[in-house]
Design a protein around this ligand. Structure first.
Ligand code: FES
Length: 154
């Protein structure tokens, strides 16, 4: 048995500790907001937070989160996270999503990035691009992602 804290709730799961967080969220807990893209830490679609840091849930086993707190897109978009709510609102305002598949991972990376900035710091376009470089968007929505992150930082 493994205990996981996801979005502030404790879950006890009877699965192998080497199971990736991604599949535990999706298949065991029924939380399908986190997406599978490459399964090899290359695309960012599966990004969640572990203790506030953006991680690739496709390659991170649940054993790595045994004493940590996992945050998923479901918590970011329910309005309870102030920075996440600002990112979500900016995503809607800038009409970022095209097919939408990568966007939960994009929002998780953007939220972790903005939380890492010193208070009041407005990131440059280059800083935003660097922070978001690990999240691939096949539709090429990068210009709108950059605008939305800059807007959410205000
Ligand atoms: Fe995890 Fe692509 S699915 S990085």
């Amino acid at each position: 048995m493994n205990t996981l804290n996801v979005n502030g709730r404790e879950h006890t799961v009877d699965i192998d500790p080497s199971t990736p967080i991604l599949w535990t969220l999706r298949d065991t807990l029924g939380m399908t907001g986190t997406k599978f893209g490459c399964g090899a830490a290359l695309c960012g679609a599966c990004t969640v937070h572990l203790d506030g840091n953006a991680i690739r849930s496709c390659i991170t086993p649940i054993s790595a989160a045994a004493s940590g707190k996992i945050t998923t897109i479901e918590a970011i978009t329910d309005g309870s996270d102030k920075v996440g709510a600002a990112v979500h609102a900016a995503w809607v305002k800038h009409d970022v999503a095209q097919c939408g598949y990568c966007q939960s991972g994009q929002i998780m990376s953007a939220t972790a990035f903005l939380k890492s900035l010193p208070k009041g710091k407005q990131p440059t376009a280059a800083e935003i691009d660097a922070a978001m470089a690990g999240n691939i968007c096949r539709c090429g929505t990068y210009a709108r992602i950059r605008s939305a992150v800059a807007d959410a930082a205000k």
